[in-house]
Ligand binder design. Structure first.
Ligand code: FO1
Length: 331
């Protein structure tokens, strides 16, 4: 089936936080009739003050649900930080991760449901019901997976939680590796493999290729499903003109020895079946990289991909759907 003539295509998106969330918003606007499933990264998750915090799932939920702080990208709109200030007054650590008051309610109810024995997938569905997303948000796994970053300080190597590296150190501590602890034994969450296998297209938004898409792909059952699905699998580069559009993907790519270019990220993902992609969309500013990407076995196109407002975001989403269609037509 081709996307262009399907009345209600099934679109499955693998997403990290802000970039993934903005892409899904645009996709929903571009294809209101589509059944969209979003598989969210869980490896950014962290336990703080006895609470389970799921930054990427929450960024997806708040953004798609219209409750996010658009400027910051993460957390709730109209947020206050009274509880965080009180914790700081007690000298509580960590003091580098700002849990807002409204946001705290999400972590409280999530933790209460998890403690009562509900899996993360059911908890996420219950939380999302309030936000009426118009898409289905599935955690990549119900199992615990956590990205740890291997850093070197004073000639000694140690591993720290991803959030400590990202938020506290602003990704400035030289990193030599990322370890997705628990990924090797984690199973895909309920519905995840089915969403990939039954999709008309699988879409990778401009999420971080290492700690967002890479962390989802670290779960073997998901990686295998992506490699073998009959659906076209296409992605959009978050690297434009040698720089990440947002976030600190450059620090992540440097750490694993991948150049900060759209073509290098495409080569890092690789062509199916050994890799995970059929097609790769780069920004028009990187059109000169298209031949190199095609030489690596991918269908590549250049288009306006920078999502600076709702209209340009829809244009970018349409371009990625067009690439998926082209892959499908080639068979
Ligand atoms: N990012 C920050 O830069 N500083 C924060 O204090 C911070 C708090 C925070 C609280 C809840 C939440 O869901 C996300 C939060 N983030 C914060 C964003 C987030 O941790 C990262 O940007 C992502 O994990 C990377 O995708």
């Amino acid at each position: 089936m081709h996307l262009s003539n399907s009345p209600d295509p099934k679109l499955t998106v693998l997403a990290g936080g802000v970039g993934g969330a903005r892409f899904v918003l645009a996709l929903r606007a571009a294809r209101p009739e589509a059944r969209i499933t979003v598989i969210g990264n869980i490896a950014d998750d962290i336990w703080l003050f006895g609470l389970k915090v799921c930054p990427d799932l929450d960024t997806l939920m708040y953004t798609i649900g219209g409750g996010a702080d658009a400027e910051r990208g993460w957390g709730r709109a109209d947020e206050t930080f009274h509880a965080a200030a009180e914790l700081a007054a007690y000298g509580a650590q960590p003091d580098w991760f700002g849990l807002g008051d409204r946001d705290l309610a999400t972590h409280l109810i999530r933790t209460q449901m998890l403690s009562a024995g509900y899996p993360l997938s059911q908890v996420t569905a219950a939380l999302c019901a309030r936000w009426e997303l118009g898409v289905e948000l599935l955690p990549a796994s119900d199992d615990r997976v956590e990205t740890h970053v291997v850093v070197e300080e004073g000639g000694r190597k140690r591993a720290i939680h991803f959030q400590e590296w990202w938020v506290r150190h602003r990704a400035a501590l030289p990193a030599s590796d990322f370890v997705m602890v628990g990924a090797e034994s984690a199973s895909p969450g309920p519905g995840v493999v089915a969403a990939i296998e039954s999709a008309d297209a699988v879409l990778l938004p401009p999420s971080n290729p290492v700690v967002s898409i890479g962390a989802i792909m670290a779960i073997e059952g998901i990686r295998d499903a992506i490699r073998t699905t009959r659906a076209p699998v296409v992605g959009m580069s978050g690297i434009v003109s040698g720089r990440p559009l947002r976030g600190m993907a450059d620090a992540c790519l440097n750490a694993i020895g991948v150049d900060v270019t759209a073509a290098a990220v495409a080569a890092h993902y690789g062509a199916r079946p050994d890799g995970i992609l059929d097609g790769w969309l780069v920004d028009e500013q990187d059109a000169d990289q298209v031949p190199a990407i095609e030489a690596a076995g991918l269908l590549a196109r250049a288009a306006a991909t920078v999502m600076s407002d709702p209209a340009s975001s829809v244009t970018a989403a349409e371009a990625l759907l067009g690439l998926a269609d082209e892959v499908a037509r080639r068979g």
